[in-house]
Design a protein around this ligand. Structure first.
Ligand code: GNR
Ligand code: NI
Length: 172
């Protein structure tokens, strides 16, 4: 198990579209373990493979409360089959956009088909935080960030701030 460095805005990697996982093998299960360890270390409640620079359609989520037993969930090649018309609003954050939070409105309920860590097809009807988190992570697989769902003014401000920070940190 390895904690991997996180890809941070405005790295163009975050805008790439991830490719499907072809076979759920030991390499993919190792990747899932690394993603979970990286997510727990951050800490976060979800992580897409692209956030550690791996362009595969895969994400992990753990919504268990601090102190309770861990509930790691692995979603491979997830697909949203249906979204509800009713919406819910959550204050979202992203490990690739550290210390920035904004309210995002999304479908309140989604039906998601995916492969689990054993390569077995599963379908979940998610609501609440799981619905929001699944949509946030599936967006990552398509090169979409939660700031794409807020006002252009706010988005441009965040991108500008992170671009400036990256320039300051760079050794060029
Ligand atoms: O840790 C995270 N918290 C969070 C809060 C509200 C909605 C979505 C998320 S996901 C985020 C981790 C992350 O960046 N996943 O891609
Ligand atoms: Ni994120």
């Amino acid at each position: 198990m390895t904690i991997k460095p996180l890809i941070i805005l405005p790295d163009p990697i975050l805008r790439q579209v991830s490719k499907p996982v072809e076979r759920v093998d030991s390499e993919i299960r190792k990747l899932a373990e690394d993603m979970l360890e990286t997510m727990y270390d951050a800490p976060g409640i979800g992580l897409a493979a692209v956030q550690i620079g791996v362009m595969r359609r895969m994400l992990v989520i753990d919504l268990s409360k601090e102190g309770d037993p861990k509930e790691p969930q692995v979603f491979i090649n997830p697909e949203i089959l249906a979204s509800s018309d009713d919406r819910s609003v959550y204050e979202e954050g992203c490990l690739s956009i550290p210390d920035y939070y904004a309210e995002v409105e999304r479908p309140a309920t989604v039906t998601v088909k995916y492969l689990d860590a054993n390569g077995v097809e599963q379908t979940v009807e998610a609501d609440g935080l799981l619905a929001t988190c699944l949509q946030h992570e599936i967006d990552h697989l398509n090169g979409v960030l939660f700031i794409d769902h807020i006002s252009r003014l706010k988005r441009d401000m965040v991108i500008k701030k992170f671009t400036k920070a990256a320039r300051t940190k760079a050794t060029i």
